[in-house]
Write a protein that binds this ligand. Structure first.
Ligand code: HAM
Length: 422
């Protein structure tokens, strides 16, 4: 082979693509139910947008961005995430003047130049939502409900929601000092290089896999150092989740790798946490709209990594294949039967997914192909039986001789029968 795909990228080909379609429509249906409208932003943005929004010293900006100069000498970046772009678009479209809460959702590829491994790619896909324009703790709960409902629709029965508050800047500034002092007390265990790394954002230590729980447990946590407004907000979110029957785990060590977060943050895991990585991450970012040049506007959102979510769904994959495939497979036994086969396929498409076999191979081979595709019916057009089609129910292995004109009526009746049986 002359070319192969770049490391850390993937081709999503049939039948796998059907799973993607099923998963995406589960999210789309959920967004519709909750009143979220779609937004599409460019994959390429000015580099500065991410530097400002995600944070210059975050791993994403400092190590993982696909940044290059375009032919006009501008520094541009393939988006590593979509929240910054959505906020840019929100301001550029003047949505901040529309009043109320803007509820937006999106699907699309993101790019991070990370070391590829299971569940970590250089091009991956996110589905996400952002609700911009309210600091109400009930909106935090709504966001978590959206995630839960979408994941239930996809087929997840047990998900683990980890919740924390990282406070607003007012809480964080004094807490960072305190935390840094505590980290320095562990200087010998941590090493000078790492100490340097944590000077600007010591909270990252909780995200690091380099240190065991023992060290982390000994450090002060932000939840004990929130100013009243922040701790009240978090208490209200927790109370509302309790009152609406949403199960979650409070995780005082949960911090996020992007700098724009304020107050509520959450991650979603599936099954045992262990070495597993998050399927979803999100939280409030009450200062980002202003940081991007707009008026002070609180907001919250989440993104789900679709590759990770789909990899965690072995059973659903089979179901998705069954729902996305071909129902009617038209066998064209010889060249002379082509006009009738094409006409039959036209009729069948009004009833369901239809594929017509135009390979010119033998009737037997075409019928085998119909089985392999898990079609429900094979419809055989053969010049040897002019004006009549053979309809084979592939599951029951039953053949029925039907006139060309009666095909739709016959299959409609079959469908009703099937409907009654199930
Ligand atoms: P994030 O935690 O960086 O948050 O990414 C969200 C999800 O994207 C992760 O939980 C993971 O499933 C997936 N993901 C991230 N990196 C990779 C990768 N290299 N390969 C495969 N999957 C990956 C955000 O991106 C925020 N924009 C979420 C958000 C929206 N916060 C507020 N609004």
């Amino acid at each position: 082979m002359k070319y192969s795909r770049l490391r850390g990228t993937q081709d999503i080909v049939p039948p796998e693509i059907e799973t993607w379609r099923v998963v995406e429509s589960a999210f789309q249906e959920t967004f519709d139910r909750f009143g979220y409208q779609g937004i599409r932003t460019p994959i390429i943005e000015p580099t500065d947008l991410f530097v400002r929004a995600v944070g210059e010293e975050s791993d994403i900006v400092s190590k993982e961005m696909y940044t290059f100069e375009d032919r006009g000498g501008r520094s541009v970046t393939l988006r590593p995430e979509n929240t910054a772009s959505v906020i840019r678009a929100y301001l550029e479209a003047g949505m901040h003047r529309w009043g109320g809460i803007q509820r937006l959702c999106y699907f699309g590829p993101m790019f991070r130049y990370d070391r590829p491994q299971a569940g970590r790619y250089r091009q991956f896909h996110q589905v996400g939502a952002e609700a911009i324009g309210s600091a109400n703790p009930a909106l935090d709960v709504e966001m978590i409900q959206v995630v839960i409902e979408a994941m239930e629709r996809v087929g997840f029965k047990s998900i683990d929601i980890r919740l924390n508050s990282v406070g607003s800047e007012v809480s964080r500034r004094p807490y960072r000092k305190l935390l840094l002092e505590a980290i320095r007390d562990h200087g010998d265990d941590i090493g000078t290089d790492a100490l340097e790394r944590y000077t600007n954002n010591p909270m990252r230590i909780f995200d690091s896999k380099d240190y065991g729980d023992k060290l982390k447990q000994s450090l002060p946590v932000i939840s004990d150092h929130l100013v009243d407004e922040d701790s009240e907000h978090f208490a209200r979110v927790c109370a509302l989740l309790d009152e609406t029957g949403v199960a979650y785990t409070s995780d005082p060590h949960l911090v996020r790798g992007l700098d724009y977060y304020t107050r509520t943050v959450f991650e979603v895991y599936h099954g045992e946490r262990g070495a597993q990585s998050a399927l979803c991450g999100g939280g409030r970012y009450d200062a980002l709209v202003e940081e991007c040049g707009g008026p002070s506007t609180p907001a919250i959102g989440f993104s789900v990594g679709l590759e990770r979510l789909i990899a965690a769904l072995p059973h659903e994959r089979e179901k998705a294949r069954a729902t996305g495939g071909v129902t009617y497979y038209v066998v064209c036994a010889d060249e002379g039967a082509a006009p009738r086969a094409l006409r039959a396929a036209g009729v069948l498409r009004a009833l369901g997914n239809t594929e017509i076999d135009l390979s010119g191979r033998s009737k037997k081979k075409q019928l085998q192909a119909a089985e392999k595709k898990h079609a429900r019916y094979a419809i055989v057009a053969d010049s040897a039986s002019a004006g009549r089609l053979t309809v084979r129910n592939l599951a029951l292995r039953r053949d029925e001789d039907v006139s060309d004109e009666a095909l739709a009526v016959y299959l409609e009746a079959e469908r009703r029968k099937e409907g009654n049986e199930t």
